[in-house]
Write a protein that binds this ligand. Structure first.
Ligand code: UDP
Length: 240
């Protein structure tokens, strides 16, 4: 099963892929490597929206588990995604790729607010639009932010670049019989609680029929391979 034909994609990168081999934070060399992958995809003629998580810096759930107020911790998580967005913007612009960051939490000195029509114009002009701060509300994740922006920007697919090479029937680290799906339906993902994205993000993609392509961004050149329909991936869509 290959990648759906796409003109405009939303690429969601987990914050943890920005750490490289570190345990925490941002590895600029690794961000530069990711930026090269994004540039290659853009040079192939695609319009690209980017959403980057914040888990390499701060996750609201972790703060809440350590006794913080959940909403307060989530706002810190959202700020972490803005830091990652700025790091990616810097890396892309060093490669000559024009970008704009739009944040769901307004931050005028740093980036634009999310304005859909303006984002459209940026894409028309060949800029990569990086959406930061998820949906702008606590109790959500950047996966939901990615699904929301993919829907409102009418993206043909949501590509989730992460540390694993697809969706498995069970945790492959714990279960030797875990099997990777080539395709799987939204309903199966939701009914079996498969680890793809959180349920609200999957449901939003299902309701708007946006295919979700899950692949490992850690291997060099993999984004281009997946876009060419050659890489290892799982496609979540209506019919498996
Ligand atoms: N977050 C939030 N609302 C959003 C998006 C993110 O509250 O719409 C917070 C939440 O605390 C989350 C953190 O930002 O844990 C970082 O995002 P996420 O965990 O999605 O990052 P990833 O796992 O993709 O690195």
């Amino acid at each position: 099963m290959t990648m759906p034909q796409a003109k405009r994609i939303l690429l969601k990168l987990s914050g943890e892929v920005l750490m490289g081999d570190q345990q925490f934070g941002i590895d600029p060399a690794f961000v530069a490597e990711l930026a090269r992958e994004v540039k290659r995809a853009k040079d192939s003629g695609l319009e690209i929206c980017l959403v980057i998580g914040g888990g390499n810096i701060f996750r609201g759930m972790a703060g809440a588990a350590a006794g913080m107020d959940r909403a307060q911790a989530d706002y810190m998580g959202m700020l972490a995604t803005v830091m990652n967005a700025l790091a990616m913007q810097n890396a892309l612009e060093q490669l000559g790729v024009h970008t704009r960051v739009q944040s769901a939490v307004q931050m005028d000195q740093v980036c634009e607010p999310v304005i859909r029509r303006r984002a459209e114009r940026h894409l028309e002009k060949g800029r990569v639009v990086i959406f930061a701060a998820g949906v702008g509300s606590p109790y959500f994740t950047t996966d939901s932010g990615a699904a929301l922006r993919a829907a409102e920007m009418k993206c043909d697919a949501l590509l989730k670049g992460t540390s694993v090479d697809g969706v498995y029937s069970a945790d492959p680290k714990k279960d030797p019989d875990a099997k990777r799906f080539d395709t799987v339906s939204y309903d199966t993902v939701l009914a079996e609680n498969l680890k793809v994205m959180d349920a609200s993000a999957v449901a939003l993609c299902r309701d708007n029929e946006i295919p979700i392509v899950v692949f490992s961004i850690r291997e060099k050149g993999n984004l281009a391979r997946v876009l060419a329909g050659e890489g290892v991936q799982t496609i979540v869509r209506k019919e498996a």
